[in-house]
Write a protein that binds this ligand. Structure first.
Ligand code: HPA
Ligand SMILES: [Zn+2]
Length: 330
């Protein structure tokens, strides 16, 4: 049995495995510019974030109907359950779909259908986090937020993703203010490729409660002090960092140094279909590369549930935390 954990940094569109992409393409009468799943998988060689995003957005062409989104989320939950994920807070990118003429309601209803069934079918509790594409305009984010208004009861938080450098968090101040006014939680990708200054902005301008990645935090000791003081969680994604060449080798990952500095670090998968592994695979990778012992892994799992947006159900959080403490490593 795998270590129980929460997944807090997972793009549902990044769980689109090549085989499912071809199956959805066939169902929708869409042709892909690859002969088969193996050829597509061979294209998964990235030089930076943008080179990944280009393929990530292109492949979304197969996601068109409510059933497509439901099947995508159901396939993810099945893989996640096998890897010990008990709770998942899942990003989606509405603008990547509405730009192709897919209604935002189709996206949210399809995902929600699979997530609602997920508790029974896969034993996983879930939340949805709506992300804005930071390389689109601030107005586009505002328009997206307005379009999502009828569905806000299904969304727990807003996030910010896509091409980071040149698109600082402060660009999205207004839409984050609106989200907060509607009672939504706030997170943002920051410090993946971008500088520590972007992490400060995410905290001070957008009011985020968690930083997605925050990989470059250690470059700024004052920032580390702030993150430690306020117990701001970082949702790290080790395999992603290697595949997108934010770090050269997994052995160079700053996770251990971050834990030693007192940061509330968590381990997550980002875009598992593209980066070589789901949540448990990321735990396995850092365990092997950084020589983490069992109690450090247990601490990472504990952090994941402490960082989860489970304030509305503290009994559930307590149950998950008890599972972590009772876990016996083999
Ligand atoms: O790793 C990522 N970084 C930024 N945006 C993203 N959108 C999907 N994955 C990512
Ligand atoms: Zn991400």
């Amino acid at each position: 049995m795998p270590l129980p954990k929460a997944e807090l940094h997972l793009h549902i569109e990044g769980t689109l495995e090549p085989e499912l992409a071809f199956a959805l393409a066939a169902r929708g009468g869409i042709s892909l510019p690859y002969a088969d799943a193996d050829e597509l998988r061979r294209a998964y060689s990235f030089t930076d974030l943008q080179s990944f995003l280009d393929l990530y957005y292109a492949l979304m062409a197969v996601l068109r109907t409510e059933d497509d989104f439901a099947d995508l989320a159901d396939a993810y939950l099945e893989r996640a359950a096998e890897q010990g994920v008990r709770h998942a807070e899942i990003f989606f990118d509405p603008q990547a779909h509405t730009a192709r003429g897919v209604d935002i309601g189709t996206v949210i209803e399809g995902l929600s259908r699979a997530l609602d069934a997920g508790r029974e079918r896969h034993g996983i509790s879930t939340q949805l986090i709506m992300c804005f594409l930071r390389d689109e305009s601030a107005q586009s984010a505002l328009d997206t937020f307005e379009a999502a208004k009828p569905y806000l009861s299904r969304i727990s938080a807003v996030g910010l993703d896509s091409a980071e450098v040149g698109n600082p968090p402060s660009k999205f101040r207004e839409v984050y203010e609106r989200a907060a006014a509607e009672g939504l939680r706030r997170v943002a990708h920051a410090g993946e490729e971008g500088p520590p200054a972007y992490i400060w902005e995410a905290l001070d301008v957008l009011g985020v409660e968690r930083v997605d990645h925050g990989l470059r935090s250690l470059e700024d000791p004052e920032l580390v002090a702030r993150l430690v003081r306020d117990r701001i969680p970082l949702t790290l994604c080790p395999l992603s960092n290697v595949r997108l060449r934010c770090i050269d080798r997994i052995e160079d990952h700053p996770l251990r140094a971050m834990l030693d500095a007192g940061l509330l670090a968590t381990v997550n998968s980002d875009d598992p279909a593209y980066f070589g592994g789901y949540a448990g695979d990321n735990y396995d990778a850092v365990r092997a590369a950084l020589g983490l012992d069992d109690e450090t892994l247990r601490g990472l799992a504990r952090n994941s549930f402490e960082a989860a947006f489970l304030d509305g159900d503290e009994a559930l959080r307590a149950r998950y935390l008890a599972e972590v403490e009772a876990y016996v490593f083999d």
